[in-house]
Design a protein around this ligand. Structure first.
Ligand SMILES: [Zn+2]
Length: 218
């Protein structure tokens, strides 16, 4: 079996959505004095590679535990966009150029290339490419069950687009995985592989961190 990691690291003070609290990983016990090492982790549930449930944007939406775990696994199609410019809205034309029309029940991952630029920089935090509301409609209308992107927000960082894209996707009962990273080798790893991104077992939450991977069995 081979497992290829599509996740970003969560580190103390690491890059995250600027609207969320900074990531704090504090050592609260250590060797030899305490006889154990332990950390207190302090960050928003939507930090690092994580899932969004409908409740994240919709007051009457379901929480992450409403989905069976099988919902977060399956064949994934990667829409690979080379060299997308800052603030580029990924719309129906972009998607149609990279994806087949038959997507029902599938998982679509948007590879903008910006996962490799992840940093606490003005550009990465505020000017990523994003799925436009029209692009969101395009995917939802084709019956996908999940959508991923290699940035902390699938709708970018500005309204009204960010709000609309989240409303369209989550309003259709489609989960989102954000802050993916398509490292060197992702294409080969995706062949004959199953994508999975399982949420933590935290009932009632609007989203949780996850480990997103391609799994390939021999
Ligand atoms: Zn999120």
């Amino acid at each position: 079996m081979r497992i290829f990691d599509l996740s970003q690291p969560v580190t103390d003070g690491g890059p995250n959505c600027p609207a969320h609290p900074p990531v704090q990983l504090a050592r609260i016990a250590d060797h030899p004095a305490d006889g154990w090492r332990m950390e207190l982790v302090h960050f928003a549930s939507h930090t690092g590679t994580h899932l969004d449930a409908p409740l994240h944007k919709l007051a009457d939406g379901v929480s992450i535990d409403a989905f069976p775990l099988e919902a977060f696994a399956g064949r994934a199609l990667v829409a690979h966009f080379n060299g997308l410019e800052a603030d580029h809205p990924i719309g129906p034309e972009d998607l149609a150029a990279k994806l087949p029309d038959q997507l029902a029940g599938g998982i679509v991952l948007l590879n903008t290339g910006w996962g490799a630029r992840r940093a606490r920089s003005e550009e990465w935090l505020h000017h990523s490419p994003f799925l436009s509301p029209a692009g969101a409609e395009w995917l939802v209308n084709r019956g996908v069950k999940g959508i991923g992107i290699d940035h902390y927000s699938i709708g970018g960082s500005r309204d009204p687009d960010n709000t609309r894209t989240h409303e369209i996707v989550l309003g259709a009962g489609v989960w989102v995985v954000e802050d993916l990273c398509f490292r060197e080798g992702w294409r080969e790893a995706s062949e004959d592989a199953v994508f999975q991104a399982l949420p933590l077992h935290m009932p009632g939450l609007s989203g949780t961190p996850c480990r997103a991977v391609f799994v390939r069995y021999p």
